[in-house]
Design a protein around this ligand. Structure first.
Ligand code: AMP
Ligand code: ZN
Length: 165
């Protein structure tokens, strides 16, 4: 999508850089892929030859704000990031790393999935930031499994009840 195409007036947090990017209000950022729910762009300080961020248009603070009902969102973010990698010519999908930093190890308080490839070429000086299974960084798969263990809230239980009927 071209820069600043279809500027949206609705914005959750005017002080959030990722909200500005999601709403085409940041002149510096080139959006690589966008749909109604998600936006993908290059990380400004890449830690690997390909380093992208996938964000929801909605201002969700972090992976710690997510509920069981957001498992699908996490999965869609991962698929979105993988599609961008394919669009950029990445073919070895085994050598990729997709994950989230957890507060307090986040620097932008708007949910974002880091998409890195090739994982084997993550810069050694930045590797500690993207090591899965640490308090700092968790993979999208780990996050989905963790959310599966969260008890559904009342609204989600009602939704599940009607889905089963
Ligand atoms: P985190 O540490 O997980 O909160 O990561 C935030 C990421 O956003 C960092 O990797 C930054 O390099 C990246 N970042 C911050 N501002 C921008 C921006 N304006 N455009 C692209 N990437 C950004
Ligand atoms: Zn935001």
């Amino acid at each position: 999508m071209a820069r600043n195409e279809s500027k949206s007036s609705e914005i959750a947090d005017e002080s959030c850089i990722f909200c500005l990017i999601a709403h085409n209000r940041d002149e510096e950022t080139t959006v690589l892929k966008k749909d109604k729910e998600l936006v993908c762009f290059k990380d400004i300080y890449p830690a690997a030859p390909h380093h992208y961020l996938v964000i929801p248009t909605e201002h969700i603070i972090s992976c710690k704000s997510l509920k069981r009902g957001n498992i699908g969102l996490v999965e869609r973010m991962a698929n979105f990031g993988k599609q961008v990698l394919r669009d950029q010519g990445i073919t070895d999908m085994e050598d990729v790393r997709l994950g989230f930093h957890q507060p307090p190890f986040t620097s932008v308080d708007h949910l974002h999935l880091h998409v890195l490839a090739p994982a084997s070429k993550i810069s050694t000086s930045m590797d500690y930031k993207f090591t899965p299974g640490t308090d700092r960084f968790i993979t999208e798969e780990y996050l989905r499994k963790r959310l599966e263990k969260v008890r559904p809230n009342v609204c989600e239980m009602i939704g599940q009840f009607f889905e089963l009927k």
